[in-house]
Design a protein around this ligand. Structure first.
Ligand code: HEC
Ligand code: HEC
Length: 376
């Protein structure tokens, strides 16, 4: 329980809160949705194959047709978008997912620790939400196996706390005029159930894909638009000396897909020697999720605790500050066991940063499909 992340806390507080706050009306938000639903489906990642972490007992089969046919639908993602931005999911109607996952920062938060319910700070840095439907290792300690699993954690957590409270959230949402219709469009009937909330949220998360950076375009035209500096950075990034792409790999520049198979017990995590003694052990012994580098220009501060404010500081770490932690990833060890500092010179650092900036996808941060549907 202690390790359960703020999202869970946030949701359970939400649900908890409804007991005495059920009469509370929404905070004068009004919805602004297009008459024709946006197309999410064609650019989404589907939920197929990601169901292993789902405890079947939380599903009421009739109310959860979407898990039998686990596909993103436009209406499902639309509902998920509304939930993602809805302050009504919190006790004082003051916090939504988007409070900590802001579109202009590729759904990260530009502070080391985010402020949640009643001003409480998160323990870790809010993660950028990018292509998370592709991940089987969500959160800094990789504790969730899929977005479905992630969006259910609060649900499961709450089930431990008693069913009345859960019903209260369903009831609270039913009393908002915009939800019955959105649930009906997404699931065929206007019933609001926790499982449906989790499904819709998962569908929206699976829709949040970003594959339109300068790098993506470059892959199609042999990087003809890349500057010399960006090309040099690309060489270093994918080269054997810097080894960046041995961890930040594949189409999402993160831990290998199916990382649990690939990484076994480390589950897509690594210890990069930020500290000799970790106050936060992450997965274990200072191992943290190998995060995506997509949109990295926009998602400062960096690392699980937001310790670095700039990419330059990140590179200084890899260049000469790696600590000889006993569990330091072997890639950062020489044959004699000493730490292999990457020793970048100024040009190499500039080049790497120029390359990392080619992973910025301006469409992602402007895409109206992922924007706030409420106008206040
Ligand atoms: C108070 C701030 C806050 C709120 C509110 C919040 N998050 Fe997060 N989110 C975080 C933090 C911090 C992490 C990293 C937590 C950890 O590793 O323990 C995170 C991690 C995530 C991740 C994992 C990303 C990855 O690549 O592993 C996803 C997805 C996510 N949140 C979605 C959501 C959704 C959906 C909601 C609303 C139901 C939400 N968050 C509400 C702060 C927040
Ligand atoms: C052994 C695997 C490994 C290698 C090699 C590696 N990284 Fe990382 N990288 C990680 C892990 C794990 C984290 C998160 C660590 C944490 O928060 O404690 C990370 C974090 C980062 C971050 C911050 C991401 C964020 O969202 O906060 C950047 C930027 C980064 N790495 C760039 C690079 C570059 C550039 C290289 C090559 C010079 C590189 N990495 C090499 C595993 C690796």
């Amino acid at each position: 329980m202690k390790k359960l992340f703020v999202l869970a806390l946030f949701f359970s507080i939400t649900i908890f809160s409804c007991v005495d706050k059920i009469e509370m009306h929404d905070s004068q938000q009004s919805l602004n949705l297009p008459t024709n639903t946006y197309d999410y489906k064609s650019t989404a990642v589907n939920l197929n194959g990601s169901l292993s972490g789902v405890p079947s007992e939380v599903f009421h089969v009739n109310s959860f047709n979407n898990f039998e046919n686990p596909e993103v639908t436009d209406a499902g993602a639309t509902l998920g978008r509304v939930l993602f931005y809805d302050n009504n999911l919190s006790l004082n109607n003051g916090v939504s997912c988007a409070s900590c996952h802001k579109q202009e920062y590729a759904f990260a938060d530009p502070v080391a620790k985010s402020t949640g319910f009643e001003g409480r700070k998160t323990i870790r840095n809010s993660m950028a939400v990018i292509n998370s439907g592709l991940n089987d290792n969500l959160f800094w300690d990789s504790r969730a196996n899929s977005v479905v699993d992630l969006s259910l954690q609060p649900v499961v957590n709450h089930l431990e706390m008693g069913i009345e409270n859960m019903r209260s959230l369903e009831k609270k949402l039913s009393e908002l005029d915009y939800y019955p219709d959105l649930f009906e469009k997404a699931f065929g009937t206007s019933n609001i159930t926790e499982a449906r909330i989790a499904s819709a949220m998962s569908q929206f998360l699976c829709s949040m894909t970003s594959f339109n950076s300068k790098f993506d375009k470059g892959e199609k035209n042999e990087f003809e638009d890349f500057t010399d500096l960006e090309k040099l950075g690309k060489e270093i990034f994918f080269g054997d000396r810097a080894m960046c792409s041995q961890c930040h790999q594949g189409r999402n520049f993160n831990a290998p897909e199916q990382s649990s198979e690939y990484g076994g017990s480390v589950k897509g995590t690594a210890n990069i020697g930020l500290e000799l003694v970790y106050s936060d052990p992450g997965k274990n012994n200072g191992k943290f999720k190998i995060p995506t580098l997509r949109n990295i220009e926009l998602t400062a501060p960096y690392m699980h605790d937001g310790r670095f404010n700039t990419l330059d500081e990140v590179l200084n770490h890899y260049s000469h500050n790696i600590q000889p932690h006993p569990d330091l990833d072997k890639k950062f060890r020489n044959f004699d066991g000493s730490v292999k500092h990457l020793n970048f010179d100024e040009i190499e650092k500039k080049a790497l940063i120029a390359f990392l900036k080619t992973l910025t996808d301006d469409d992602y941060v402007r895409d109206v499909r992922f924007s706030n549907p409420f106008k206040s």
